[in-house]
Ligand binder design. Structure first.
Ligand code: UDP
Length: 329
């Protein structure tokens, strides 16, 4: 299939692009490289550097795009709380422009990177897809808005759309891993501490209603997550918008994650108690029964130890700031 991958120079988009190339698809990556890296675009995919508003339509027309996988987005919860305008413009505005370009070019399929953050503070855990959508931060709110737009575009224009709601993605695949210039995610930060690139990790809040008081998340290997995208591509149905949660169904607290990182790396990881981070729900754990039943998705690397070990192998192979390390305070 001829596929356009927006954000394919980023962490998750590059892994999916690599798997698409491996599966024999014709892949064009559209990325403005604001947070992505040109060298993360896999050999065999073509990179077009630029924005969705400016380039998506021309790229689709030139490629004869049959399907879009849409990763390009801002994705940092605390930043979204501080700068919601960036998120409404960058996430919702660009996505609407992408949908319009698809309509003009007659592109019939889209797989969209949605998020567990659309559920806010859930009533039921593990969270099913029919749980109320009540985002607790602007990041989740913008992703929920795009999900709603996809439902309308499927109804109005007959496209087949799939939203994949990611829980906490980590690990690495084929030399592709997380390397954000400013890292905010727990596992890469803890691994930077283990490497001696940071003094300590701050634990944001120990007074949540969870067994040890720290937030509980469902960690999923990026390669398993990526495989779900290839399945979703095959399962787009004209006129339908389908939604799937992607997680392992097991929750780990911040403290448990840090302990697994200590065990995997063999390094001490000093922690510092800090206040709650704005926008963080206490517990996010997925029910992914629908993805298993309807997509035939089976996560093959569900263990947190393996996820952390793959992330650690990537981080140790990418020295210094290129791995997203912050300078020592
Ligand atoms: N977290 C933390 N210290 C850090 C980074 C994250 O305690 O330096 C916590 C964060 O508050 C949340 C969990 O780890 O409860 C996962 O955060 P992350 O940013 O990795 O993913 P999110 O769940 O926000 O998508």
């Amino acid at each position: 299939m001829r596929v356009l991958v927006t954000g394919g120079a980023g962490y998750i988009g590059s892994v999916v692009a690599a798997q698409l190339v491996e599966a024999g698809h014709d892949v064009v990556v559209l990325d403005d490289l604001s947070t992505g890296h040109a060298d993360a675009v896999p050999a065999g995919a073509r990179l077009v550097e630029g924005g969705i508003r400016e380039h998506a339509q021309a790229v689709m027309a030139e490629q004869g795009t049959e399907a879009v996988l849409h990763f390009a987005a801002r994705s940092v919860v605390p930043e979204s709380v501080a700068h919601p305008d960036r998120y409404w413009d960058g996430n919702v505005g660009c996505s609407l422009a992408l949908l319009e370009a698809m309509r003009v070019c007659g592109v019939g399929r889209i797989v969209f990177s949605s998020t567990a953050a659309v559920y806010g503070e859930p009533e039921t855990v593990p969270i099913p897809e029919d749980a109320p959508v009540r985002p607790g931060n602007p990041y989740g709110a913008t992703k929920a808005a795009i999900d709603a737009a996809l439902t309308e575009h499927a109804r109005m224009h007959g496209i087949g759309a799939v939203s994949l709601r990611y829980f906490n993605v980590a690990g690495a695949y084929a030399g592709l891993g997380e390397r954000h210039t400013t890292e905010t995610h727990l596992i890469p930060i803890v691994l930077q501490v283990a490497r001696g690139l940071r003094e300590s990790v701050s634990v944001y809040g120990a007074d949540y209603p969870t067994p040890d008081g720290t937030c509980v998340r469902d960690y999923i290997h990026v390669a398993d997550l990526a495989e779900a995208h290839l399945l979703a591509l095959e399962h787009c149905r004209p006129g339908a918008h389908r939604v799937f949660n992607l997680g392992n169904g097991t929750g780990f607290s911040v403290r448990e994650v840090i302990e697994v990182c200590r065990e995997v790396t063999g390094h001490p990881v000093p922690v510092v108690a800090a206040g709650r981070r704005a926008g963080d729900p206490a517990t996010l754990v997925a029910s992914s029964e629908r993805a298993r039943a309807e997509l035939g998705w089976v996560p093959r690397r569900p263990g947190l130890r393996e996820i952390v070990a793959d992330a650690w192998a990537f981080h140790t192979a990418h020295p210094g700031p290129a791995a997203g390390a912050e300078p020592r305070a």
